[in-house]
Design a protein around this ligand. Structure first.
Ligand code: IDP
Ligand code: MG
Length: 151
């Protein structure tokens, strides 16, 4: 089982798409193990997006991600990192396929609705940035045997 960090970004929250976005991950079969509604501080944003420091879009990105509340989630499942990235779609919504979140709801790169960790290593780092260990819930879903072949 892998874990991944998802952020429902400020544009999605402002546009009333929280439920729609969570629904897509939930119906895909990923198990929610952590969730909170919060506003990201500049300090946390700069740690989360440290890899992009110095790039042209870095300052606008920090402005965007701190501009309104977000929903942050930890999702668990087989190959959760890849599965979540596929559900999210390409970084630029114009390249994202219909049926993906960005492909269905977005137009521009700086308003692309949702974040998903890009590797298991990034996921671990990002989960630790946003969640204390005791905020994550280890639980069995009654539907797990119908979603996961080998438990
Ligand atoms: P990802 O979110 O698909 O992993 P990254 O390349 O890691 O994409 O970029 C992080 C975030 O920075 C993107 O999701 C997007 O919000 C923003 N971003 C990336 N490139 C640009 C750009 O060229 N213009 C504006 N925003 C960008
Ligand atoms: Mg990224």
């Amino acid at each position: 089982m892998e874990r991944t960090l998802i952020i429902v970004k400020p544009d999605a929250v402002q546009r009333g798409l929280i439920g729609e976005i969570i629904r897509r991950f939930e119906t895909r079969g990923l198990r929610i193990v952590g969730m909170k509604f919060m506003q990201i501080s500049r300090e946390l944003a700069s740690r989360h997006y440290a890899e992009h420091e110095g790039k042209k879009f870095y300052e606008p990105l920090l402005g965007y991600i701190t501009s309104a509340p977000v929903v942050v989630m930890v999702l668990e499942g087989s190959e959760a990192v890849t599965v979540a990235r596929n559900t999210i779609g390409e970084t630029h919504p114009k390249d994202a396929k219909p049926g993906t979140i960005r492909g269905d709801f977005g137009l521009e790169k700086g308003r692309n609705l949702v974040h998903g960790s890009d590797s298991v290593t990034s996921a671990e780092r990002e989960i630790n940035l946003f969640f204390a260990a005791e905020e994550l819930v280890n639980w069995q879903r009654n539907t797990d045997p119908w979603i996961f072949e080998n438990l």
